[in-house]
Every structure is written in structure tokens, then in C-alpha cells.
Design a protein around this ligand. Structure first.
Ligand code: AMP
Length: 404
């Protein structure tokens, strides 16, 4: 489903485009129409499913058409990291509409207090806050929440685990009764149901089934610098006749060509497939791969979902897939009921946080391996590492361009 199907404001569609979101994720497909309708919602979905954009986009769509200046939306989250992450996503998605957002969380040096006080008194369209810090402000008596129309409780189960149950009820007591409330949670223990009963009215329910790779797939990640990746592939598949069919995914056409070229030199029977090929040529290549005339197929990420071949003995992700669900789809191509397959993901320092996101989705740790000693030192596993962003947007040929 495309985002244009939701009939969102054009400026939001433009921002979505710049963010690089092509298709709506399942949670977005289901949640966006419900939220646009004005319904309360309980949504069981994990981090990594695209749930943030699912609740932010319909709210931005409403705010884009209004001229209110008061606080319209309150998002309550368990941690400062999540508050910052949501605030950043709001900034990206609201780039072409004038909507203000502020993240309020504890642990600062106090210098942020005055700015927060002004926002909470005069109004700021969207406030993303952790419970403790928000309650500290609420106790001072100046917070104006009388215009709030939307309340979002994100990662509700985690908030409960962290002991915020009473705090959430306290915060809700400061809000107008007439509002739209959305509750997101990865799990639905009875205490969450209880909270939902008290805070939501006749909610719609969405359950995004957890996808997990099939049993029997051996998954591992190699920690490798970019320049180590191609030699590592040679190393992994040389002298391994048991890998009869090998599928390698990479994010760029350039690296697909480089991988295919280097493997050809080593006399592997290899073909590549990318958007450069006509549909007919792609089908022919796939046909040869299915018929086992070609042992290694190298393909761009873009085509990963379109390639419908099962029973592959080895899948290699040259980079960590952007979308955690894509990882699960790919890994699912190996291993039939009785057979086992292997899925290897090559992870450089910049992609480590994405691998962690995948582990959260599949609720499993993926074993991490260093490259063989002959290839040099591996990067050290650090899922908290974030690639440095020079600026949120960079200008490219006079046009604003989202800089991921
Ligand atoms: P979330 O589940 O909200 O934490 O989102 C996980 C990641 O998916 C975030 O980095 C988003 O930027 C990204 N994302 C959200 N929606 C889409 C989409 N439709 N297509 C691609 N990436 C998305």
C-alpha cells in the first residue's frame, strides 16, 4: 500500500518521500485509517515495525490543516532515548508543515527547564515526554493541557515494567476527557488491558503478528569493515559445495556489480539482478538460478521481496536490511521443513544498531562472529553507535534533500 492511498496532506507525502519510506508497513496500513477516523486504538506492535510513523502521520495530517497554537498531542514514553527518537521522527515528517514538537525527559542539567515550562504553559503542538519529568512540571501548576486532543501511550508494557502505572494515571487526570487515545505495546499483559479499559473508549484493536524466521535456520552476523566484506564472502563460500544455491543481497547496484565481478574472477557461476535489467531478463536470470544452472545470485535490496525462490542454502546480507521485516523474509528463503539453511549478515559499525533492531523484532540474539584473522581486525560490537549526522537535511542541487 502506498502512502498516497491514505489521502494525506501533500506536504506530508513529500516528507515521507524524503525520509525514503516507499510503502506503508503493515502497522501503518492498519493504524493510519483508524486514527484518521478519530477512533481510540490498542495496537500490539514491536519497535521496528514503523509504529511511530503510524501514529504521528495522522496527527500531523490534522495539525497541518489547523491553526491552533495550544498543546494538541501528548506522547508518553518510557525512556529519554525513545522520546528523542520520536521527536526526531516528528521533525523529519513535519518538515514541510509548521508543527512544533518538544521532547521532555529527565536527566538534564536543569538548563532545559525554562524552555519546557514555556512550551507547557504557552502550548506546543506535540509534547513527547517521559512520565517522571512531566509529573514534576505538572506539580508546579502551570501546565496547560486543556486543549489536548490526542494522547499516545507508547511502549506501554515497558512503562509498566518500569513502575510508571500510577504516574500514567496521574498524568491522564490532567487531560480533557474528550480526546483520542492510542495505546501501543509490544505485549498485552492483563495490567495493560486494565489500563486500556480506564483510559480508552471503545478502541479498535490491531495486532501485528510477530514474524520469526523458521526454526532450523542458522543465523549469524559477521562484524566486518566495508573493505573486508568481499574477501569475507570469498572465504565463506570457497570450498563449500554444500551451498548449492547462494543468494547475496546488497543495498546498491554498484556493490552488486562489484560482488558479482569479484566472484566471477574466482570462477564462481554467478549472475546479478538489479533494476537495470528488463523484466524479461530478470525472469531469465531467476529461471537459471532456480534450475541450479547458476550457483550464486547477487541482487539489490529493492528486489529482495520480489524474488520468490525458496530452498536456498545460503543467504548473505551484504548490509543489514533497513527494514527488520525484510530480514525475516530473506532468512525465510532458506531452510524447508526438514532441511537447514544458513543466513549470514555482514555488519559494519554503522549498521550495528539496525541489527539490534532486528534482534528486538525476532526476540532472539543473533550470534556475532569476527572475520577470520587473515582479513584483519573486526569492528567491535556496539549497537549504541550511531553514524554521525552532519545535518538533518542537506541541500542538493538547490533542493532540500533528506540526509539519512
Ligand atoms: P519504529 O517501529 O517506529 O521504531 O520504526 C522503525 C524504523 O522504521 C524507523 O527508523 C523508521 O524511520 C523506519 N520506517 C518507518 N516506516 C517506514 C516505512 N514505511 N518504510 C521504511 N522505513 C520505515
Amino acid at each position: 500500500m502506498n502512502f498516497s492511498d491514505f489521502k494525506l496532506d501533500k506536504r506530508l507525502l513529500e516528507a515521507i518521500d524524503y525520509m525514503g519510506f516507499e510503502k506503508a508497513t503493515p502497522v501503518q496500513e492498519q493504524a493510519i485509517p483508524e486514527i484518521l477516523e478519530g477512533n481510540d486504538l490498542i495496537c500490539c506492535a514491536q519497535t521496528g515495525t514503523g509504529k511511530t510513523a503510524a501514529f504521528i502521520l495522522p496527527i500531523l495530517n490534522k495539525l497541518a490543516m489547523e491553526h491552533n497554537t495550544g498543546t494538541d498531542t501528548l506522547v508518553i514514553v518510557p525512556t529519554r532515548e525513545l522520546a528523542i527518537q520520536i521527536h526526531q521522527q516528528i521533525q523529519g515528517l513535519s518538515y514541510f508543515v509548521s508543527v512544533g514538537s518538544l521532547a521532555i525527559y529527565g536527566g538534564g542539567d536543569g538548563s532545559e527547564w525554562e524552555q519546557e515550562k514555556i512550551a507547557l504553559t504557552k502550548g506546543n503542538h506535540i509534547i513527547v515526554a517521559t512520565p517522571g519529568k512531566l509529573i514534576a512540571h505538572l506539580r508546579m501548576g502551570y501546565v496547560k493541557f486543556d486543549q489536548i486532543k490526542h494522547l499516545i501511550l507508547d511502549e506501554a508494557d515497558r512503562m509498566l515494567d518500569m513502575g510508571f502505572y500510577e504516574d500514567i494515571h496521574k498524568i491522564i487526570s490532567f487531560l480533557p476527557k474528550k480526546r483520542q487515545t492510542l495505546l501501543f505495546s509490544a505485549t498485552m499483559p492483563s495490567k495493560i488491558r486494565e489500563l486500556a479499559k480506564k483510559a480508552l473508549v471503545d478502541p479498535a484493536e490491531i495486532n501485528i503478528a510477530m514474524s520469526k524466521p523458521a526454526e532450523g535456520v542458522l543465523q549469524a552476523a559477521y562484524l566486518a569493515h566495508d573493505e573486508q566484506k568481499i574477501p569475507l564472502i570469498h572465504n565463506l563460500i570457497a570450498d563449500k559445495p554444500e551451498y548449492q544455491s547462494i543468494l547475496i543481497f546488497s543495498s546498491t547496484k554498484k556493490s552488486v556489480s562489484e560482488i558479482a565481478k569479484s566472484l566471477k574472477k574466482k570462477e564462481f557461476i554467478v549472475e546479478k539482478i538489479s533494476s537495470d535489467l528488463e523484466q524479461k531478463e530478470r525472469e531469465e536470470v531467476l529461471g537459471r538460478f532456480k534450475a541450479r544452472q547458476v550457483r550464486v545470485l547477487v541482487a539489490t535490496d529493492v528486489l529482495s521481496r520480489g524474488i520468490d525462490i525458496k530452498d536456498i542454502s545460503l543467504v548473505i546480507n551484504f548490509n543489514v536490511p533497513e527494514d527488520a521485516e525484510d530480514y525475516v523474509h530473506r532468512v525465510g528463503r532458506t531452510a524447508r521443513a526438514a532441511a537447514t539453511g544458513v543466513a549470514l549478515t555482514l555488519v559494519n559499525e554503522e549498521d550495528m544498531y539496525k541489527l539490534k533492531r532486528i534482534e528486538d523484532l525476532i526476540e532472539n540474539e543473533i550470534i556475532k562472529l569476527p572475520v577470520p584473522g587473515a582479513l584483519g581486525e573486526s569492528p567491535v560490537w556496539d549497537p549504541k553507535y550511531r553514524p554521525r549526522k552532519r545535518s538533518y537535511y542537506k541541500k542538493k542541487s538547490g533542493k532540500k534533500k533528506f540526509n539519512k
